[in-house]
Design a protein around this ligand. Structure first.
Ligand code: AMP
Ligand code: GLY
Length: 425
């Protein structure tokens, strides 16, 4: 089979790495790819959001299966476009991708189907939103409804901050049209976890749990980022809790989307806050998480290509997945200044050794001759398996010690929450 992966980050490197292991694959392409992906796949110079050029390429090359990494092409309708052309593609339709592309849609959907989430109100009028935030308890969360590359959520400590957030999103339009409508919601307290499920429109399989580290600095300090590291499994998600999330969140989404004539195919990612009143949904994404994918796929023993094909063809029912019981940890090495402005073009050294149970996924790199240069904010994801979470952490950090590029920064506490829980038992 000829496979095309769309995207250029650490998630897509992990997808290519896993897909390449499938005996079903004869040729792997990635558009546009990165410096690490280039060693596994033929990189094609088409941007991930140029969905017409991607469909033309898939048509010309007779691609048997396309796998979409990022959300922008999904929300733009890439799956509908490919399917109209008779091309197989793994991901949700434009209508189903509204679960991620519109927070207003997603919150109203959860209300219709009684899925646990923070209490909220939605607004298209800035004056009404400003009046509302004067009546609410704090902290309060203000969210741009549309896609904002993970930056559209503002946690406000008082009414002044809330009004400022409304002004920035609705009047100054810092997230452009993504800020045409707003969700304002209750602040939830608890520990977060990411629960991903693969779905074929009617059936689904929940994947192993994971946890992201969104803030830039140790102990969850500083601004939010795309994700500075992850681990799997997340011990905060006990087997009983995972079952509860499958029943109260994933199952009603799949059933509800089918009922609303937007059947969900692809990866449903539920960002969950585990509160004292049980799990509540923070957000849905309609794709693999980044960096969650980097810690989930090394633990998946089953053939990912066969699994994705089964989802595309509506054959997930009765399938079971096989998992490596070991823990996996990914430490993201980022450019200095990230998530603000950062330099690119720095030469990276020390990461091309062979280590047992460690893979270095590239996120923002490019190949120039024999050198690998930084080209993004998140640069590498050093990913290690270990018999337990402590050993996985040790294995990953041992490799980060050898890698270097000017200005690099990374968190030193990836996995510590899981380690504390493991020690408490
Ligand atoms: P989202 O993109 O909606 O998941 O929001 C990004 C991050 O903001 C989440 O991972 C949480 O850390 C935080 N967040 C979002 N909504 C809430 C909420 N209602 N209460 C507390 N934190 C939240
Ligand atoms: N790890 C967060 C995301 O993929 O959106």
């Amino acid at each position: 089979m000829k496979i095309l992966v769309i995207g250029s980050g650490g998630r897509e490197h992990a997808l290519c790495w896993k897909i390449k292991q499938s005996p079903l694959v004869t040729k792997l392409y990635c558009a546009p790819g990165n410096g690490g992906i280039a060693s596994l796949a033929e990189c094609v110079d088409i941007k991930a959001d140029d969905i017409v050029a991607l469909a033309d390429f898939a048509h010309q090359e007779k691609i048997d299966l396309t796998v979409v990494g990022p959300e922008v092409p999904l929300v733009a309708g890439i799956v509908d476009l490919f399917e109209e052309d008779g091309l197989k593609i793994f991901g949700p339709s434009q209508a189903a991708a509204r679960l991620e592309g519109s927070k207003v849609y997603s919150k109203n959907f959860m209300k219709r189907w009684d899925i646990p989430t923070a209490k909220y109100a939605t607004f298209t009028d800035a004056d009404k939103a400003r009046a509302y935030v004067g009546t609410q308890p704090y902290p309060l969360v203000v969210k741009a409804s549309g896609l904002a590359a993970g930056k559209g959520v503002i946690i406000c400590q008082d009414v002044f901050e809330a009004k400022d957030a409304i002004n920035k999103i609705m009047s100054e339009k810092i997230f452009k049209d993504a800020g045409n409508s707003l969700v304002i919601e209750e602040f939830l307290v608890g520990e977060e976890a990411s629960i991903l499920a693969i779905a074929d429109g009617k059936d689904f399989i929940v994947l192993e749990s994971s946890q992201d580290h969104k803030r830039i600095r140790d102990n969850d300090q500083g601004p939010n980022t795309g994700g500075m590291g992850a681990y799997s499994p997340a011990p905060v998600v006990t087997p009983a809790l995972l079952k509860e999330i499958a029943q109260k969140v994933i199952a009603p989404v799949i059933a509800g989307m089918m009922d609303e004539e937007a059947p969900f195919k692809g990866i449903l990612y539920a960002g969950i806050m585990i509160t004292k009143d049980g799990p509540k949904v923070l957000e849905f994404n309609t794709r693999f998480g980044d960096p969650e994918t980097q810690v989930i796929l090394p633990r998946l023993k089953s053939d990912l290509v066969e699994l994705m094909l089964a989802a595309v063809e509506g054959r997930l029912f009765g399938k079971e997945l096989e998992w490596d019981p070991r823990a996996c940890v990914c430490v993201v090495m980022a450019a200095g200044g990230y998530p603000g402005d950062y330099a690119t073009g720095e030469c990276i050294s020390g990461f091309d050794g062979q280590w047992q149970d460690v893979v270095v996924f590239h996120a923002g790199t490019k190949k120039e001759g024999s050198r690998i240069l930084t080209s993004g904010g998140r640069v590498l994801g050093v990913t290690a398996l270990g018999k337990d979470i402590g050993l996985a952490i040790q294995n990953a950090y041992a490799v980060t010690e050898q890698v270097s590029f000017d200005g690099m920064q990374f968190r030193r506490d990836i996995g510590q929450k899981a380690l504390k829980r493991a020690k408490a038992h």
